[in-house]
Design a protein around this ligand. Structure first.
Ligand code: FAD
Ligand code: UDP
Length: 365
């Protein structure tokens, strides 16, 4: 064996394992099918602006260990995510808070807001929400559901809200204070200089082969190392023997504009059903930039098909059951360990990926 570890994928998960194993003296090889490292956190400096090439990435966590860990690799600024929703030209603050309630109904106090939401909820008699629609209505009532959730969510996931799991909407806070911070976490920010630098530091001195797909020569790669950390799609690894897991795809449309400030905020969500994209990101607002130009990205969700980048696992009941079957196979696989958003088929944020990678690194030798 030439290497102690073969790591398939240079995203956050694979790069942390490579860094931690190298630190304890193991010889690692990282292979990556894309032409760059970093997976979906990859950023690129264009026009003096750090562009998030795979959609807005805002770091947030409540986990102090994770926060301290990632701070070894970068300084973070004090960016606080406060997206704005545009519903047919009407603007609302997100997440759902007193500003949103005032904009929606003109209510000025928490009691007035609660009364309005309770009145809207009471018409539906939902005791135990069974799907995203019921969950959303029972959290914030019908008006907000219809204007700020339904259209966006159905575009994002390509399914009716009644057919989606409730947990997706529980990611968003509902607050009876005038607070537009999208996250409840203690720590939040954007790494100054972009995410790619973090990954470069993790992979410093480690052999990385870009443009190299594990499946083009899996037998060769499996023989290369004692242990394999696989961060690609778990169903693909097992040749889809139980059928395909579902993912959601995305197209990113980039535009460089000859103006200083296009939309005045990093993230604006388009929550109606007709606009084909879900959000527009204006990258310079994450870190600030004195560029006279600006770069924006429109995000278009789409049906995923084999061969395309799989951006979101669909963690509904059917897919979670199917994943469990693959997980049973994975447990028998001996020297191959599955990690990350695709290997573990979980809608993980970055902090969860770091947490999982560190848990695994502690077990490896
Ligand atoms: P990935 O980044 O997917 O890395 C896997 C790597 O493996 C990729 O580089 C891939 O090319 C490579 N690979 C796959 N198969 C093979 C193969 N067969 N051979 C070789 N290489 C292979 N998280 C947050 O905390 N905050 C946010 O604001 C946020 N926003 C997001 C926005 C979008 C649009 C998306 C899609 C995700 C967002 N996330 C966010 C989640 C974040 O991107 C993930 O948690 C994190 O990047 C996952 O890291 P990973 O290493 O598990 O996977
Ligand atoms: N969501 C919504 N309206 C919005 C923003 C989000 O209905 O304006 C819902 C949507 O279902 C989305 C979920 O909340 O999938 C989680 O949103 P988040 O911003 O966390 O999504 P991500 O950044 O992971 O795409």
């Amino acid at each position: 064996m030439k290497y102690d570890y073969l790591i398939v994928g240079s995203g956050l998960f694979g790069s942390i394992i490579a860094y931690e194993m190298t630190k304890i003296g193991k010889k690692c090889l990282v292979i990556e099918k894309r032409d760059h490292i970093g997976g979906n956190v990859y950023t690129e400096n264009v026009e003096n602006i750090n562009v998030h090439k795979y959609g807005a990435h805002i770091f947030h966590t409540n986990n102090r260990e994770v926060w301290e860990y990632i701070n070894q690799f970068a300084d973070f600024n004090r960016y606080t995510n406060s997206p704005v929703a545009n519903y047919k030209g009407e603007l609302y603050n997100l997440p759902f808070n007193m500003n949103t309630f005032y904009q929606m109904w003109g209510v000025r106090t928490p009691d007035e807001a609660r009364a309005k939401i309770d009145e809207q909820k009471s018409q539906y008699h939902i005791e135990n929400p069974q799907n995203l629609e019921e969950q959303a209505i029972s959290l914030i009532g019908k008006d907000i559901y219809e204007k700020l959730i339904k259209g966006y969510t159905e575009k994002q996931w390509g399914r009716a809200c009644r057919d989606l799991p409730a947990f997706i909407i529980k990611r968003l806070p509902v607050r009876y204070t005038f607070d537009n911070n999208y996250f409840n976490d203690m720590y939040q920010g954007i790494p100054i200089g972009g995410y790619t630098r973090i990954i470069e530091k993790m992979l410093e001195g480690i052999e990385v082969k870009l443009n190299t797909d594990f499946f083009d020569d899996r037998e060769k790669w499996l023989e290369m190392a004692d242990k394999i950390i696989f961060t690609g799609m778990i169903d693909q690894y097992f040749d889809y023997c139980y059928g395909e897991l579902e993912y959601r795809g995305l197209d990113f449309e980039f535009e460089t504009l000859d103006m200083e400030n296009y939309q005045g905020n990093a993230v604006i969500n388009y929550t109606d059903a007709e606009t084909p994209f879900t959000r527009i990101i204006e990258h310079k607002h994450f870190e600030g930039s004195d560029s006279p130009k600006t770069i924006i990205t429109r995000e278009y969700p789409k049906t995923w098909s084999k061969g395309e980048e799989a951006y979101y696992p669909m963690n509904d009941d059917v897919n979670s059951e199917l994943f469990k079957k693959y997980q049973e196979l994975a447990e028998k696989e001996g020297n191959v360990i599955f990690g990350g958003r695709l290997g573990m088929y979980q809608y993980f944020d970055m902090w969860q990926v770091i947490d999982e990678a560190l848990k695994l690194a502690r077990k490896l030798d």
